[in-house]
Write a protein that binds this ligand. Structure first.
Ligand code: ADP
Ligand code: MG
Length: 685
């Protein structure tokens, strides 16, 4: 049970004044659904402004505060912005520019002839000075001049900086008293403030100490929770699985295993023979050949008279794994079945029966395979593909499925730097597939300007005319933000017009049957071009596909681009990857694309990604999905995780049951950072 003291933080944002159904949506888009989320929504950066008497004193690109008097409102004709022309004390004219719905606000805020204090970034548009979407427009100078330094939060449509800042202030007003969970000596040495003080400071200034303290809290919570899992796992009883080779001996693989595959299989085999359940991560770049390792592991379970289940993150992937595994396992006689949320009625019943009576030995599926209604005769091994798609909590739920805790093999293709491996999978043993199957060709990667789209379409045309296949990836289809995001639907429509039935479309919002049908047509070779959103990122394997086009590649992170590109270069044919880039690009985006051109080494790309994102920006930004952290930036993870890890280990050694006074405080910490699953590991906790 969550300690009562934390309850005020775990209520929904609607408990805050001014949050109704209308604000709820944009807040949720940012992942802010409870008061707690708002306190941890730290500023991305701070603006420091200079108050100037007139525009002559300001320079381009500078954040300023200046008194201006509106002289004319110019409505947009068509799609242009709404402009309010305003004059400073000495007669310089500046345009206050508003796009979209913001123009309604402008009309109210800036009546002609009335002086206003305006805060924002001074820019130039053609010959004219301008401020786009001023941060503040107020009648009272005193109020504005108090805002020379201000936090800037990440926003979503429908939110403004002042609104969010107001919510943060309210949320901070609800911080409960908390016991200290960091060692006193550590606090003193680092010069960190107490928890509540650190949070308030982190929203007010760029000082590193308060931010580091909060990041450290999060890292400590994570390390501690992972260690609790590990300790719990050691104490559990599983069933030793010892295979006699009878099934594996009948496999007819079309290739010899790589050294790395053989080594990983041996490591897994060793673990399976133990009574303590295996908790192993198989880490291997895209295309390194994880599936066959999983098959060998599952066959060991079958040989030992147990069942194995393989969990995939998407329906598409589950189906594909099912086909692959069934084909490979056919000569062994092992019974393989597929179970997804879509199976209904008789078919589903018969699979459930088979799992219960043990006639099905290997089942592949989505999370449907772990629903309460699914019972296994003797589940001995759980394989989780694309592990990073699942949280630790889910993984634990799976572990509780069997009568005895099943062994777990988690697989991931996300090549993460070693420091992050520790953070994300600290509780697991790791096998690395650091060797690619032989004969893979380098993927010829090129960066192409979006203007050359017609040429790219022609190239795709030649490619499929020669009988080869291709992928075309568009950024996610997001509601309301579609203006500048090339919608997969629209792209499909235009390519379909050009290439007809050779093109199929797959995205997350399609009806499942349509998705299957499209995938089926593509993998069978009937369709030549697959237009998709990032749903194809994970695991899809069609070796005959040798061309990959990624639109607006500058919007993707390095890791994601690498995953996407990994869909090609899987066969023996030469593969090409075209990265289409828009007209404007940040320096980092430019570097990212250059790196993609230069290397195909996933681990190197991961390290570089860390450098590119962690280094330059002071406060850093966290992109969801990359790390399990909300507050800690990559740079902070690299710097502080080893400390937090040691600290957690020390605490575990002294008070593994978290029952002393510091242990009690640590429990609070686990709840605060939603590592409750760590607490659950404590017997009676
Ligand atoms: P991933 O690690 O991305 O899951 P897969 O298991 O899908 O990779 O394997 C990618 C491709 O490589 C598949 O077509 C598979 O048959 C092939 N493959 C796997 N192991 C080897 C090997 N030792 N030699 C040659 N090809 C292999
Ligand atoms: Mg795979």
């Amino acid at each position: 049970m969550r300690p009562e003291a934390l309850n005020p933080l775990f209520v929904e944002t609607e408990a805050l004044e001014g949050v109704g159904p209308k604000l709820r949506k944009p807040l949720e888009k940012l992942g802010l659904s409870r008061v707690r989320d708002i306190i941890f929504h730290l500023p991305e950066r701070f603006v420091t402004r200079r108050a100037i008497a007139d525009l002559d004193a300001g320079s381009e690109g500078e954040q300023i505060i200046v008194a201006l008097t509106p002289i004319e409102h110019r409505s947009s004709s068509g799609r242009g912005p709404y402009r309010v022309l305003a004059q400073d004390e000495v007669g310089n004219v500046c345009s206050l520019t508003y796009f979209g719905r913001a123009s309604y606000t402008a009309k109210k805020l800036l009546p002609v002839g009335e002086k206003r204090w305006v805060a924002g970034r001074l820019d130039r548009y053609g010959d004219m000075l301008q401020i786009v979407h001023p941060d503040h427009v107020v009648a009272d100078g005193g109020d504005t001049l108090g805002r020379l330094s201000e936090p800037v939060y990440r926003l979503s449509e429908g939110l403004t900086q002042p609104k969010l800042a107001g919510l943060v202030e309210q949320a901070l007003g609800r911080l409960p008293e908390m016991p200290e969970w960091i060692e006193r000596a550590q606090l003193a040495k680092a010069g960190w403030p107490p928890w509540a003080e650190a949070l308030r400071a982190a929203h007010k200034s760029e000082d590193a100490a308060p931010r580091d303290r909060i990041a450290y809290d999060e890292l400590l919570a994570n390390s501690l929770a992972l260690m609790l899992v590990r300790a719990d796992n050691r104490a559990r009883k599983g069933q030793p699985l010892k295979g006699d080779g009878s099934y594996r001996g009948k496999l007819h693989l079309p290739f010899p295993l790589t050294g790395a595959q053989t080594r990983s299989i041996a490591e897994i085999e060793g673990d399976l023979q133990q009574e303590a359940p295996m908790l192993r991560l198989l880490q291997g770049d895209v295309g390194a050949g994880k599936t066959v390792v999983a098959l060998e592991a599952m066959l060991i379970a079958v040989e030992a008279g147990a069942q194995a289940a393989m969990l995939a993150p998407t329906e598409i992937l589950a189906r594909q794994h099912y086909e692959t595994l069934r084909n490979m396992a056919a000569p062994t006689g092992a019974q393989v079945a597929l179970l997804t949320g879509r199976d209904k009625g008789r078919a589903r019943e018969s699979i459930l029966m088979g799992l219960m009576d043990g006639s099905i030995q290997i089942v592949v599926g989505t999370h449907a395979i772990f629903q309460d209604t699914v019972n296994y005769r003797n589940l001995g091994l759980v394989v989780i593909d694309e592990q990073h798609r699942f949280g630790v909590a889910q993984r634990l739920m799976l572990a509780s499925k069997g009568r005895r805790t099943p062994h777990t093999l988690a697989m991931t293709a996300t090549p993460i730097p070693r420091t992050l491996t520790l953070a994300q999978y600290g509780e697991m043993d790791v096998s690395r597939l650091d060797e690619m199957p032989p004969g893979r060709q380098a993927i010829d990667t090129r960066v192409v300007a979006q203007e050359r789209l017609p040429d790219v379409v022609e190239a795709v045309g030649r490619h499929i005319a020669s009988g080869q296949q291709a992928y075309w990836v568009c950024p996610m289809v997001r509601d309301n933000e579609t203006d500048d995001i090339a919608a997969a639907e629209a792209r499909y429509a235009s390519l379909h017009e050009r290439f007809g039935e050779d093109v199929v479309l797959v995205h997350g919002q399609l009806k499942p049957e349509m998705k299957d049908a499209a995938m089926e047509r593509f993998s069978s070779g009937a369709a030549k071009l697959l237009v998709a959103t990032t749903v194809i990122e994970v695991g899809v394997d069609v070796p005959a596909s040798t061309l990959m086009v990624i639109e607006q590649a500058e919007r993707f992170g390095l890791a994601q681009l690498h995953q996407l590109r990994g869909r090609v270069g899987r066969g023996s044919e030469k593969s090409v990857c075209l990265l289409l880039r828009g007209p404007t690009m940040s320096e980092t985006a430019r570097e990212r694309l250059a790196l993609m051109r230069e290397t195909q080494d996933g681990f190197l790309l991961a390290e570089e990604d860390l450098r590119l994102r962690g280094g330059g920006e002071l406060l850093g930004t966290r992109q969801s999905g990359d790390t399990p952290f909300r507050v800690a930036t990559l740079e902070q993870i690299t710097r502080l995780l080893p400390l937090a890890h040691d600290d957690a280990r020390l605490l575990m050694e002294r008070d593994g049951g978290l029952s002393g006074s510091r242990g009690e405080a640590a429990r609070m910490l686990l709840y605060l950072f939603e590592r409750d699953w760590g607490v659950l590991m404590l017997r009676g906790g």
